[in-house]
Design a protein around this ligand. Structure first.
Ligand SMILES: Nc1ncnc2c1ncn2[C@@H]1O[C@H](COP(=O)(O)OP(=O)(O)OP(=O)(O)O)[C@@H](O)[C@H]1O
Ligand SMILES: [Mg+2]
Length: 306
């Protein structure tokens, strides 16, 4: 529990407000989230504590970029830093994660699925002036790179280096590494220049979509990670993760925006590199989840004779 840190953060962000209640509501690899009650307006907030200083500023920046798309997001109240930790305070949503589908009827799943898919489409319709990472406010309207394929090739190469290091630490095996090397060689064939740089959330699965079950509506999208300007198909595999299949998210998205011809190959590459890189970053050994992404990649490469 980070009672002292939260008390100080609340005081600094909310005009000397006292902390009257604090309950943990979420925990991930990079941070922990608490619901707090305050003695002064707005009387409640969600406090996200990051284990790495600076990660709060990055998330706040990605929220700023996402806000321009008009999708629903939590309000950001402020930030606080102390030692290794960064704190981000935002509005406390009266909602639950869309991954929790318990009690939803088929009709409600369908309606929510339509809304979630529409939200993803709306996000991806925002056009940037260039491709690449969102590293500071100068990237809020577009990245600094002219070519997606060039940018992605470098990104995948960095992930490959990370994956090879994980292989030498025994987290993945050589068979996996060889499949990744084949994918790296296939990038020029598989990945085309998209029609425009689209805004990418970075972790757009149902865990990070907050819903109101009673009203069957999307309340907000949360937890952007490494948001960037890129190919909108980059993160569509996320719509099939967590509870995405139960809502039929990928099909619903594709009804609004048909998928490209080589979507299966492209998405197999994007997803295996993104997931593999994430596992390496958090020092996690290959499990069934990552094995499935790598097996899909192998299958797609074989299908295209690559
Ligand atoms: N503003 C908010 N209002 C209500 N609940 C929230 C809010 N922000 C986060 N939560 C809850 O906390 C959970 C974790 O939050 P979040 O997704 O931001 O972090 P995480 O996935 O644990 O972090 P990370 O992946 O960055 O380590 C969410 O799934 C949600 O249930
Ligand atoms: Mg999350």
């Amino acid at each position: 529990m980070y009672q002292q840190l939260i008390t100080k953060a609340v005081k600094a962000i909310f005009n000397d407000s006292a902390l009257t209640d604090c309950t943990p509501i979420g925990a991930g690899f990079y941070g922990k989230v608490y619901a707090v009650k305050l003695s002064k307006p707005p009387y409640s907030a969600a406090i996200k504590i990051f284990f790495r200083r600076g990660d709060n500023e990055k998330e706040a920046l990605w929220y700023l970029a996402l806000r321009r798309s008009g999708i629903p997001l939590p309000e950001i109240y402020g930030m606080y830093d102390e030692g290794e930790h960064g704190v981000l305070a935002m509005s406390l949503l009266k909602a639950c994660s869309a991954t929790d589908t318990s009690g939803l009827t088929c009709r409600e799943l369908d309606k929510l699925g339509d809304e979630i898919a529409e939200t993803a489409v709306k996000l991806h319709l925002l056009k940037g002036s260039g491709y690449g990472d969102i590293t500071d406010v100068s990237c809020l309207e577009g990245g600094k790179e002219d070519s997606w394929t060039e940018y992605y090739r470098i990104k995948a190469k960095k992930a490959m280096d990370n994956i090879s290091r994980a292989v030498s630490r025994g987290l993945l095996d050589r068979r996996h590494e060889n499949i990744y090397y084949r994918a790296l060689d296939a990038i020029d064939i598989a990945i085309d220049t998209p029609s425009y740089p689209a805004l990418i959330h970075g972790d757009l699965n149902t865990d990070n979509i907050m819903i109101d079950k009673k009203m069957s509506r999307v309340v907000a999208v949360i937890d952007p990670i490494s948001s960037m300007w890129g190919d909108y198909e980059y993160e569509l595999f996320q719509l099939d993760c967590a509870s995405g299949k139960a809502y039929g998210l990928l099909d619903k998205y594709a009804q609004s925006r048909p998928l490209s011809d080589k979507y299966d190959l492209k998405s197999a590459i994007y997803s295996a590199f993104a997931e593999g890189n994430h596992y390496c970053n958090i020092n996690k050994a290959c499990d069934d989840n990552l094995s499935t992404f790598i097996a899909r990649l192998d299958f797609a490469l074989n299908n295209y004779g690559l």
